[in-house]
Design a protein around this ligand. Structure first.
Ligand SMILES: Cc1cc2nc3c(=O)[nH]c(=O)nc-3n(C[C@H](O)[C@H](O)[C@H](O)COP(=O)(O)OP(=O)(O)OC[C@H]3O[C@@H](n4cnc5c(N)ncnc54)[C@H](O)[C@@H]3O)c2cc1C
Length: 370
């Protein structure tokens, strides 16, 4: 039975798809607008959404080192919610979404030991204010966890609770399930939004609620929003396998290497204060490739499948926000933490819409006068 509230969701990126999925389970009437053309039969990539460029790490402790405790707590809530979402999607999908909670491995080369020591101190401090769990590792432990890193690293850190997800498969499965739940998808529709009114090609339609999930696409309406450039490589290696994301500490940049299905890896990511979406620079390519080679020289024979750049949507404080103004709700500023925080945010938004207790309201919501 259809819920009588009619809703528009603008943007079929991570926030938009997850919200459409959750609300469609509750039988709301939903129009989902997306600027791009979506191929719903295949897993065709929609690279303009940051969600497709992302590495798919769900890493509350690693990220809290440079973020704040709100992000950490949203991440911890999301870590509880992801397994249920994946279970539900896997029930109807023909292929299981790769989701692993094997922790993240933090390592460094001998000459960069000071970076790892500094990182470890920060993790230790975090573990005193909240329940962040970690283990220090020696060469034998590293070899036991990741045999393909043998011999190259003598100390490390395991952040046991951290997870990673095949983000592209997840996005595909979310869309499929939205469509199965009768969400009305309107793609190739770059729309504008005012309060509860959505305008596309000079035609306007009003809704009871409009949820703006346009990421950087909402910049004109949210003056404090900015895009932060990130660059990643996707490579394929038949010689190396890893069971968890690896972060390589380095004095100038932090790098991560995330295993994906089909012997693929995503290595990233630069964080540059620029809204330039032109292709990867030679400098970034050199840094990412030499980091790969330094993790294991066998990566020299890996094949570069893709180089991608995209913008992370961020507010001034790099924290996510849910901004309610009349019947327009903006969910934005997920920055480099979309997969880390989105389930907790969407859960809060759905609870709020239903008038239920909303645990993260103070952390996330602001209510603006018209
Ligand atoms: C290089 C890189 C690596 C990342 N790695 C990670 C990671 O490992 N872990 C993690 O948690 N996060 C990561 N992120 C961050 C994560 O991808 C983002 O936080 C997340 O995708 C933001 O979700 P969103 O739905 O707000 O925006 P998006 O995913 O960008 O989606 C916005 C959607 O809105 C659509 N749109 C825009 N304007 C309009 C319009 N006018 N009309 C209709 N549709 C419109 C766009 O086409 C797009 O589909 C990474 C990001 C980048 C760039």
């Amino acid at each position: 039975m259809s819920n009588t509230v009619d809703i528009a969701i603008i943007g079929a990126g991570l926030a938009g798809r997850l919200l459409a999925y959750r609300l469609s389970q509750l039988n709301y009437d939903i129009d989902l607008y997306e600027a791009n053309q979506l191929d719903i039969k295949t897993s065709a990539q929609q690279l303009s959404a940051a969600a497709f460029t992302a590495a798919g790490m769900i890493a509350p402790i690693s990220e809290a080192i440079d973020a704040d405790l709100d992000t950490y707590f949203l991440g911890k809530s999301s870590l509880k919610l992801w397994p249920q979402i994946i279970r539900e999607l896997n029930l109807s999908g023909d292929k299981k979404i790769a989701y692993q909670q094997n922790g993240s491995l933090i390592i460094c080369h001998h000459q960069d030991q000071a970076e790892l020591t500094h990182f470890t101190r920060k993790v230790h401090r975090l573990s005193q204010t909240c329940d962040a769990k970690f283990k220090t590792l020696d060469a034998t432990d590293i070899k036991a966890l990741e045999p393909d890193l043998e011999g190259n690293f003598s100390t490390g850190l395991l952040l046991e609770e951290e997870a990673n997800i095949d983000n592209r498969h997840l996005m595909h499965a979310l869309l499929q399930q939205c469509l199965a739940n009768q969400v009305h998808l309107i793609d190739q529709a770059t729309v504008s939004v005012t309060n509860n009114c959505v305008t596309h090609q000079h035609k306007s339609q009003t809704y009871q609620w409009v949820f703006d999930c346009r990421g950087v696409g909402a910049k004109a309406q949210l003056p404090n929003l900015r895009g932060v450039r990130g660059e990643v490589l996707r490579v394929e290696s038949t010689e190396i396998s890893l069971s968890r994301p690896v972060r390589l500490m380095h004095p100038r940049y932090q790098l991560y290497l995330v295993p994906k299905p089909n012997r693929q890896f995503v290595i990233g990511a630069t964080q540059i204060e620029s809204e330039d979406t032109s292709p990867m620079s030679v400098q970034s390519m050199l840094e990412l490739c030499s980091a790969l080679y330094s993790i294991n020289p066998a990566f020299s024979q890996a094949r570069i499948l893709e180089q991608n750049t995209n913008l992370r949507p961020a507010f001034i404080d790099n924290k996510p926000q849910v901004i309610v103004r009349d019947q327009l709700v903006s969910i934005n500023g997920l920055f480099r933490h979309g997969f880390l925080v989105a389930p907790a945010i969407i859960d809060s938004v759905v609870n709020w819409l239903q008038g239920k207790n909303c645990p993260n309201q103070a952390r996330l919501f602001s209510f603006l006068e018209h």
